[in-house]
Design a protein around this ligand. Structure first.
Ligand code: NAD
Length: 474
């Protein structure tokens, strides 16, 4: 456990291993926290809460600025750590660490933004609404983008005067612990940010149940999100849920095919397909399907798979055994049931350098039937199904035929089609002629089973503030 960057040895005494998914080697061991550890961290956050809330926004921003500077100075070392525990290629790890710094820097700019309103009340004087920090917040995060998602939680929470307890995923706690230490080094007072490592069912649930925690921000699977939401609601706490997605990519017959192919490639295989807003299904117009699929196949075949620390690697391993087994089993089932044609990939690479890690070939499957699991489930791995459709209406109907509603993209040069896609696609974020791009300024989140609430942008601040209304009679 870490309370504001300092390791606390008083944890339950047990540890768990953090394994490099590319090599199977042990990287480090971290404390296997318990519910009691979560309670200690919440108490620390509660004790720090009053004084942090009363610091000026400028003081808070100064801490963030210093942390951003340190993170940028140590970018390479942090990226190496992230690649080692998560598996992504070093270049992607650098992007993610840079993303962490960018998000914190963005919230520095919002630190002093107006918080509240003046309201004229007819015949009754006026009212002022002021926004106050909630107090102690909890954040529970996954392993796919641990640094970036950490920044999406701590950025708005801390800059608006809250304190926070973070529960990292057990596969990727090291980058989170190191980033928390950097914030401490940058001057964040003790207790403002606390990290408790350990199993979700113990530490995560204990945090959500703690009565002093006023807000829970969760990112992870839909099923876990439901459990977290139930506990949070019964404890009358605010909750933000960023859950799974099965983003469709709609390729119209007037799309720039080169651009669409590179968008599909990056959209699906970035981070080994383990991105919530990855392109998880492609619907392409029949009239251009052959040409598009051929170009896509050529590009997928060129992807270089290997240890993310290696040079010129495009795709690393999956992050963990559970995910790896899921992808292998799913593709085996598709082959067995003859649900589509695998035109490239579909197996564990034969390359001996990959034999100890959780590698899987970048896989392209065409002519996938509508009822296939590939189109119904969130496939968190490097498998890309392509479906032919006759026109935009059919593409939109199929795209919306899912429980998820995180992202979607439409690829066309026709403004009417683009607008029609934006209006009709049921998703929290819609891209036109791109996919995957996120930015600290832009609200992010899903509809339907993909979640509740938004992160990023000024809106995210309101998720961490209470409104107090003051009415004055003249
Ligand atoms: P997960 O739900 O298994 O775990 C997420 C976190 O919850 C981990 O820290 C875990 O330890 C903790 N946890 C597990 N059980 C818990 C419980 N009962 N109570 C409280 N906490 C518990 O998800 P994962 O496998 O780590 O992450 C992959 C999922 O995350 C995918 O579905 C992906 O789409 C989603 N995701 C969503 C977004 C988004 O912004 N919408 C971003 C990234 C990832």
């Amino acid at each position: 456990m870490q309370i504001n960057g300092k390791a606390v040895e008083a944890c339950s005494g047990k540890f768990f291993d953090v394994i490099n998914p590319a090599t199977g080697e042990l990287i480090d061991r971290v404390p296997r926290g318990t519910g009691d550890d979560a309670a200690i961290a919440v108490e620390a956050a509660s004790l720090a809460s009053g004084s942090w809330a009363s610091t000026s926004p400028q003081q808070r921003a100064r801490v963030f600025y210093r942390a951003v500077e340190i993170v940028r100075q140590r970018l390479n070392a942090l990226a190496v750590l992230l690649t080692q525990e998560q598996g992504k290629p070093l270049i992607e790890a650098k992007n993610e660490i840079e993303g962490f710094a960018n998000v914190l820097e963005y919230y520095c700019g919002l630190a002093s933004s107006p918080q509240g309103d003046f309201i004229q009340v007819p015949q009754n004087g006026y009212a002022i609404s002021v926004k106050k920090p909630l107090g102690v917040c909890a954040a529970i995060i996954p392993w796919n983008m641990p640094a970036l998602i950490m920044s999406w939680k701590i950025g708005p929470a801390l800059i608006s005067g809250n304190t926070l307890v973070l529960k990292p995923a057990s596969n990727t706690p090291l980058t989170n612990l190191t980033l928390a230490s950097i914030l401490s080094e940058a001057g964040l007072p003790a207790g403002v940010l606390n990290v408790v490592t350990g199993p979700g069912e113990l530490v995560g649930e204990a945090l959500v149940k703690e009565h002093k925690v006023r807000k829970v921000s969760f990112t992870g699977e839909c099923a876990t999100g439901k459990r977290v939401a139930q506990l949070a609601v019964s404890g009358k706490k605010g909750v933000t849920l960023e859950l799974g997605g099965s983003d469709p990519m709609l390729v119209c017959d007037d799309a720039d095919l080169e651009r669409a192919v590179s968008g599909a490639l990056r959209g699906r295989f970035y981070n080994c397909g383990q991105t919530c807003t990855a392109v998880k299904r492609i619907y392409v117009f029949e009239s251009i399907a052959e040409e598009f699929i051929k170009k896509l196949e050529d590009s997928v075949r060129k992807l270089r798979v290997g240890n993310g620390m290696g040079e010129n690697i495009d795709m690393g391993p999956l992050n963990n055994r559970r995910q790896w087994e899921y992808v292998k089993e799913l593709v085996a089932e598709i082959e067995e049931k003859d649900e589509g044609r695998i035109i490239t990939g579909g197996k564990v690479p034969a390359d001996s350098a990959c034999c100890r890690g959780y590698f899987f070939e970048p896989t392209l499957i065409v002519d996938v039937p509508r009822e296939s699991r590939l189109l119904k489930e969130e496939v968190f791995g490097p498998v890309l199904p392509v479906v032919r459709v006759k026109d935009l209406d059919e593409a939109i109907e199929e795209a919306n035929n899912t429980i998820y509603g995180l992202g979607a993209s439409i690829w066309t040069k026709n403004i009417d089609r683009a607008v029609s896609g934006c209006e009709q696609l049921k998703a929290g974020i819609i891209w036109i002629n791109q996919h995957l791009k996120v930015a600290p300024e832009v609200p992010f989140g899903g509809v339907k089973e993909s979640g509740i609430g938004r992160e990023n942008g000024p809106y995210a601040l309101s998720e961490y503030l209470d409104i107090k209304t003051i009415m004055l009679k003249i």
